[in-house]
Design a protein around this ligand. Sequence first.
Ligand code: V47
Ligand code: SF4
Length: 380
Amino acid sequence: MPLTLTDPRMQRIADKVAASERLTFEDGLLLDEQADLHTLGQLANQVRERRNGNYAWYNTNIHLNPTNVCVYRCRFCAFRADLKDEKAYTFTDDMLRTRVLEGRASGATEIHVVGGLHHKKSFDWYLNVIRVIHQTCPEIHIKAWTPVEINWFAFITKKPIRWVLEQMVEAGLGSMPGGGAEIFDEEVRRQICEHKADSDVWFDVHRTAHELGLRSNATMLYGHVEKASHRIDHLLRLRDLQDQTKGFQTFIPLAFHPDNTELSGIVKPDILMDLRMIALARLMLDNFDHIKAYWIMLGEQTAQLALSYGADDIDGTVVHELIYHDAGAKTPEGMTVEQLHRLIREAGRIPVERDTLYRRVIRRGREWSVGEPVHAQQNA
Ligand code: V47
Ligand code: SF4
């Protein structure tokens, strides 16, 4: 029987949540493995409403994956291609400009840039991707590269990670997304993404980015070979770095999509697991302001429900998303602002447009500007 508040251990956890006390590894394990879903959701919703009131954040953004050619072969990845594959592609400068101008025309305040590690492309090529985007539309915030890419750039240039990040910032980089985290446990990494940057590198890059004043996000890929203990360990490692740097903004649990991957024998996590992960993240990451229900990956209805299970952010009007759609996501590749508003209001929340740094976006016709950052806990 799933545990509810009639169980004394669950009641102790509920008391801690009510008193804003930190949960332990053992608490997390109990919640992940044994808690009744709705009890878990109610506890997470308490934290969510305490921090973010009734608001649900979204942003108007576009995605750009400059190349899918990649030296690595992560077993969960359906996006990558070999150089000679039919589906291999690489953006030219003109394609970059076209995509960014398309983004500006649709009102985007952010561009999210990640891709493969192309062994024929130099660091200057990657730097140029950021420079061209920035020069084409300097008002659009560039959220780009994962530690896997930053580490690759350090490897090909034989320069320190700090130097790589500084070059990127000079070219126009504004912040970093949360990808490449997968599951930090080394044995799980060996099974799903051997050879790729390890968890020490992932943390080193984010720590350095935070030291340079960049904000970043964090993710966790769940629903493949990992166990509950790996998930809790993952969340606690993030909580530790956040205690030290306070540089993370948002945590995004990512459900594994198995289609067209080497792990296609695994069944995709169901809605119950998706909601559990959102709630668990909200409860364990007590020093993260935001938990994102990435609707592209969860589907619209699960994302709506997630807004009552701990999530306060729903990502954006993402267009041209490839990573999940290559892996079988059936959601549309983009959604309009009107559709996003409807989705959030139907869930009983108030939609608020934010920029990448969680400042309210104020729109007048086709023009937009930003207000002050809205700090979590001030909104309630
Ligand atoms: O690192 C790859 C994951 C990540 C699959 O920071 C897969 O705002 C599931 O990090 N099934 C990239 N997941 C996406 C990402 C992200 C997405 C949305 C918002 C933000 C943000 C970051 O996608 C990769 C990997 O963990 N991924 N393939 C797959 N088949
Ligand atoms: Fe390459 Fe990223 Fe796919 Fe891994 S997840 S194979 S690093 S594109």
